[in-house]
Design a protein around this ligand. Structure first.
Ligand code: 2BA
Length: 149
């Protein structure tokens, strides 16, 4: 592999670092909190995207948002999990990136978010870019610099 300078790496397209949509665990807008909690628990992820049937991104749902939502005065009201919907609980305040974004843009946003949803100009969900992928790439880059210098 040709080794890139740090500047070149920062300007690289994110295309090759994306986890494609078909490999990303997600829920649908109309799903119940019970379904979302089951999926989050089974997948092991703490937060996942919320999509509609046309694969448009609507928000993010996490175990923390769900447990917060069913927290009563003295106990968790688990009986509410079935009737409450993901779309009323999900968060919508987060950054996304486009398929044409650079590594540098993703890198800066991944300081504050563990993953970024990649959305096309038509609003379609293309996949995610995770902190892990960026850290792995930076590790490779730093090792190459050490061994070449
Ligand atoms: P978390 O679920 O909080 O996971 C934090 C880190 O723990 C992940 O970092 C990964 O290194 C590890 N991890 C957690 N669950 C895992 C699993 N089932 N298999 C393998 N490794 C697991 P990142 O890989 O940087 O991911 C950052 C965040 O991106 C995750 O945070 C999760 O919210 C989301 N994510 C990653 N891959 C996903 C996928 N295939 N589907 C849905 N969400 C995903």
């Amino acid at each position: 592999m040709i080794s890139l300078s740090s500047k070149e790496l920062l300007e690289t397209s994110i295309k090759e670092y994306i986890i494609p949509s078909e490999k990303v665990a997600h829920v649908q807008v109309g799903n119940s909190l019970e379904h979302a909690l089951l999926l989050l628990t089974r997948s092991g992820y703490s937060s996942i995207p919320v999509l509609d049937p046309s694969f448009r991104l609507h928000g993010l749902i996490s175990s923390r948002l769900i447990t917060d939502n069913i927290l009563g005065l003295e106990r968790f009201e688990f009986e509410n999990l079935e009737e409450r919907k993901v779309e009323n609980v999900m968060s919508t305040d987060f950054s996304t990136i486009s398929i044409d974004s650079t590594f540098k843009e993703a890198f800066n946003l991944l300081i504050d978010q563990p993953f970024l949803c990649v959305v096309s100009s038509e609003g379609h969900f293309e996949g995610i870019m995770t902190r892990r992928v960026v850290l792995k790439e930076l590790k490779k880059h730093i090792y190459q610099m050490i061994h070449s210098g």
